[in-house]
Design a protein around this ligand. Structure first.
Ligand SMILES: [Zn+2]
Length: 565
């Protein structure tokens, strides 16, 4: 009898009868900060080319707050990088999860000492370390670091993640019992309708259409009645505001129903890092590129391999038949269960199509299931299989030395190679040449590899490219100090490094001929040496900073300072 009950409970567990949140330990991890948690970013929020992989916790506008280990464990990985997570710590816990703390200002003294030692050994600020043999064991609540704004962070905050240590999948930290006040419903700010097959139409158009939305008496949103025919899909622009924070965050769940039946559900509980780029199929990428609005589609585009879809009938698309009415709803909710519903009445009607757009036929047809290579003027483009998400007629042009590689509103999954033939250039031009991406706002260097008569790059972006020339070396200047100054009361020595054309590739600082750790913040262009790294015996010192740009122009800067201690 007893065995039978155990079996039933086991079956209930394996079939997921218990609710989602019960899968994760809810009292195991403590908050990494001592302050009340206010978020500036939620898990799974839609970002550029990725879903946000953790939560962003506001740090009251300041850096240097104590960051504590969420549970007992050991430091499994330490990473310091100019961009991305900046200074980051990964703590492995015995229950199978790893917590991640990013954009840190610095580590706790013993970890900081170890990291610096390794940085001096490798003569590099950027470093990745996997301390051996559980060298740094930590207790729950122990201070492991101080919050900051390093790497790709544009305001002080702590980026916090909980990952499955084995699969490396990142999980919504709010499923672990971390409580955030949120009484506000998500908002839906716009609705899009997409005709998806050859004969499909929405309001007599075969191109995507925005549909007006208004608020009904019961508080729900109602869209203007759509007249449609064929296979269509829908999408909404939506965000959630949490308690005490004005910023817009992401939603947790989206459910689409057709005539009361759930046909599509998206829930952002966890994801793998190798699927995150499919976000460009979840959103209306073209609309995002054009007007910066992220529309969350309630259907799954072909090749979209995201794992966040649980229910999906016909991939969430709707087959609208002539003469039949449909009542569709899209409901978005946050993790606390606050919901907003949008009702979309659809009238099935096969009509004449008045607004039509046919793809422009060109001689550069990409069959996405094969390797495609095209040459034109002095450029060659080579696309590996499945670089795109579908087949395209590419718009390739070379005008006034600008190579137009289709346009930036088409997302790519993989890198392709763009090669410029440089055989017609002088040796000097070859030396200074680099490939730049031209957007309407600026010109930016793209990683350029040079061979004898070629310059090439590997990129995941379509758009306009051009060969540019950089013969100007980087600039180096002292920041907050003067040459030949006594710096005894300074705790750091800073220089500003800048390159106007191709950008900074590397830098190296020495004091009295010995390599010193200069921390680089590309957001402010500042290199910082901390005087606490070393004690000086004599008074007069020479700082030498060498900076190289992406083309190879170098600048060597010398300065003298005085300091005794
Ligand atoms: Zn973040």
């Amino acid at each position: 009898m007893k065995n039978k009950w155990i079996l039933i409970v086991c079956l209930m567990v394996s079939f997921g009868v218990f609710s989602q949140s019960k899968k994760y330990p809810t009292h195991y991890f403590r908050s990494p900060l001592d302050i009340p948690l206010i978020l500036s970013g939620t898990f799974g929020e839609l970002r550029s080319n990725h879903f946000h992989s953790g939560i962003d916790i506001k740090t009251q506008g300041v850096e240097g707050l104590k960051v504590r280990a969420s549970a007992d464990g050991y430091v499994a990985r330490i990473k310091v990088s100019h961009w991305g997570y900046g200074k980051a710590l990964y703590i492995k816990h015995p229950n199978g999860y790893t917590t991640v703390y990013a954009h840190l200002k610095k580590f706790s003294p013993k970890i900081e000492k170890y990291v610096k030692k390794q940085q001096y050994k490798k003569e590099s600020f950027e470093i990745q370390l996997f301390p051996k043999g559980k060298k740094f064991r930590v207790k729950k609540g122990e201070v492991i670091a101080y919050s900051g704004n390093t790497g790709g962070s544009f305001a002080p905050h702590l980026h916090y993640e909980i990952r499955n240590s084995k699969t490396e999948k990142t999980i919504n930290p709010l499923l672990f019992g971390i409580n955030i006040e949120d009484l506000k419903k998500p908002q839906i700010t716009s609705l899009m309708a997409y005709p998806l097959d050859k004969n499909a139409q929405v309001n007599q158009s075969n191109i995507p259409l925005q549909i007006s939305v208004s608020r009904s008496a019961n508080g729900d949103l109602v869209a203007d009645k759509i007249s449609a025919y064929g296979k269509i899909g829908l999408g909404v622009s939506t965000f959630d505001r949490l308690g005490k924070a004005y910023n817009k965050n992401g939603i947790y769940k989206l459910i689409q129903k057709v005539n009361g039946v759930k046909t599509h559900q998206f829930t952002v509980d966890k994801f793998a890092f190798n699927e995150t780029r499919y976000i460009n199929l979840l959103i209306d990428y073209e609309r995002f590129k054009k007007i910066k609005e992220r529309v969350h589609k309630s259907y799954i585009a072909p090749l979209n391999k995201l794992s966040m879809y649980s229910i999906t009938d016909e991939d969430g698309t709707i087959n609208v038949e002539d003469g039949i009415d449909y009542n569709v709803s899209i409901e978005v909710s946050d993790i606390k269960g606050n919901k907003t519903k949008l009702v979309i009445p659809i009238q099935g009607k096969r009509d004449s199509i008045l607004v039509k757009k046919e793809p422009k036929i060109t001689s550069y047809y990409v069959d996405n299931e094969s390797f495609n290579k095209f040459s034109l003027g002095n450029i060659t483009v080579a696309f590996p299989k499945y670089t795109f998400y579908k087949n395209y007629y590419l718009d390739l042009q070379v005008n006034d030395s600008i190579a137009k590689i289709h346009d930036e509103t088409v997302p790519l999954h993989k890198n392709y190679t763009l090669t410029f033939d440089t055989s017609y250039l002088s040796e000097n031009q070859k030396k200074y040449a680099y490939i730049a991406n031209l957007s309407d706002k600026d010109t930016s260097y793209v990683k350029t590899v040079k061979k004898k008569d070629k310059c090439y790059t590997s990129t995941r972006y379509l758009g306009n490219y051009k060969l540019m020339y950089d013969s100007i070396p980087p600039q180096v200047t002292l920041y907050k100090s003067r040459d030949k100054q006594w710096l005894t009361h300074f705790n750091k020595l800073q220089v500003k490094i800048k390159d106007l054309e191709s950008g900074i590739k590397k830098y190296k600082g020495t004091i009295d001929g010995k390599w010193v750790l200069m921390e680089y913040d590309p957001k402010t262009d500042i290199l910082t040496y901390n005087f606490s790294d070393k004690k000086f015996k004599k008074a007069k010192h020479t700082l030498k900073v060498e900076v190289e740009d992406n083309v190879g122009n170098t600048k060597t800067f010398h300065s003298t300072f005085y300091r005794k201690k």
